[in-house]
Ligand binder design. Structure first.
Ligand code: RIB
Ligand code: CA
Length: 316
């Protein structure tokens, strides 16, 4: 089977972690690198979580530390959603490999340059690393096949009324990436807030009966608390949509749109602004997911978890 080389770039983060559960479980992917970015928590914490998740899932690709802050914006963290560690809840294994000596942008560039096939970047946090890759290593653009992100919202935000967290955190980075001329897929809140894991789904997840399923059930049990306090029906598990858009596009409704990033507005900085009227000067630059088959999403999560049957690592 022709494998697709991918780079995982995130700020784990419970939903980043579940996105990586999907990615590792799919035999069509060849994970070439995993890089951390500051976002849900500080980069120190997201890097520690990245290494622990890789140990849990058996991702043996190199892991590199990425950006510790946005390009110009003041960093914010989302401890209300993800806890002080950024991945509160179940105990995790110790890292099982050394951190790469390379910075994330240099590991990403190395992987892309060495790949004999275009590499797909799956970015589920702020786009700081991807933007810095374009700045420091512009020569690799031609061997990036696609950038699939969780980020943005075409009709509303979540960190503020107009902006979604990942884009709000680093709008300058997002602006650079959305204008890089690389094929993009965007799973914004329009679709990811429909990718809800309900309390009634947790038993089904846990009943898969392996160690990873137990940990994922624990992650959802932690992650579901805050959104349900503020009115969600369950946990909007955003980030796996960026993986599933590549592996199961059939469960989504999508539209190719021109999307730009607001950098200036007092109330709108970080907004993803889409042209739904298809003006000639606004050639579509992003395939946007607008809806998802939620039941199928949960079925696919259960299916992915069975890929870890028989896997058990030491968790102190
Ligand atoms: O707005 C949701 C996004 O912000 C998700 O990627 C979540 O992990 C946080 O990074
Ligand atoms: Ca994330």
């Amino acid at each position: 089977m022709e494998k697709i080389p991918i780079i995982l770039d995130g700020d784990p983060g419970h939903d980043d972690a579940i996105a990586w559960v999907f990615a590792k479980a799919d035999p069509r992917f060849d994970i070439k690198a995993v890089v951390s970015v500051a976002g849900n928590q500080t980069n120190e914490k997201t890097t520690r979580n990245t290494r622990a998740i890789c140990a849990l899932l058996g991702i043996d690709a190199p892991v590199a530390r990425g950006a510790v802050r946005p390009i110009t914006a003041d960093p914010v963290t989302a401890g209300n959603w993800h806890g002080d560690s950024g991945l509160d809840g179940p105990k995790m294994p110790e890292p099982d490999q050394e951190l790469s000596p390379l910075a994330a942008v240099d590991l990403m560039a190395k992987v892309i340059e060495e790949s004999d096939k275009p590499v797909t970047i799956i970015a589920t946090g702020p786009l700081t690393n991807v933007a810095e890759l374009m700045i420091v290593h512009p020569e690799v653009k031609n061997n990036i096949g696609c950038i699939s992100i969780m980020g943005g919202g075409l009709t509303h935000g979540n960190w503020c009324p107009a902006a979604e967290f990942n884009i709000f955190e680093d709008p300058e980075a997002a602006h650079l990436v959305f204008h890089a001329g690389i094929p993009m897929m965007m799973c914004g809140l329009d679709v990811t807030e429909k990718a809800i894991v309900l309390p009634s789904d947790i038993d089904r997840i846990r009943s898969v009966g392996n160690q990873v399923a137990e940990v994922v059930a624990g992650w959802v049990e932690f992650f579901i608390r805050y959104p349900m306090e503020i009115g969600y029906a369950g946990a909007p598990v955003h980030d796996p949509c960026a993986v599933l858009m590549l592996t199961h596009p059939e469960i989504f409704e999508t539209k190719d749109l021109y999307v730009d990033i607001e950098l200036e507005g007092e109330y709108t900085r970080g907004a993803t602004v889409a042209d739904f009227n298809g003006r000639p000067e606004n050639k579509p630059n992003v395939k946007c997911a607008l809806a998802i088959d939620r039941d199928k999403y949960i079925d696919l999560l259960v299916e992915a978890l069975h890929a870890y049957d028989g896997r058990e690592v030491k968790i102190r």
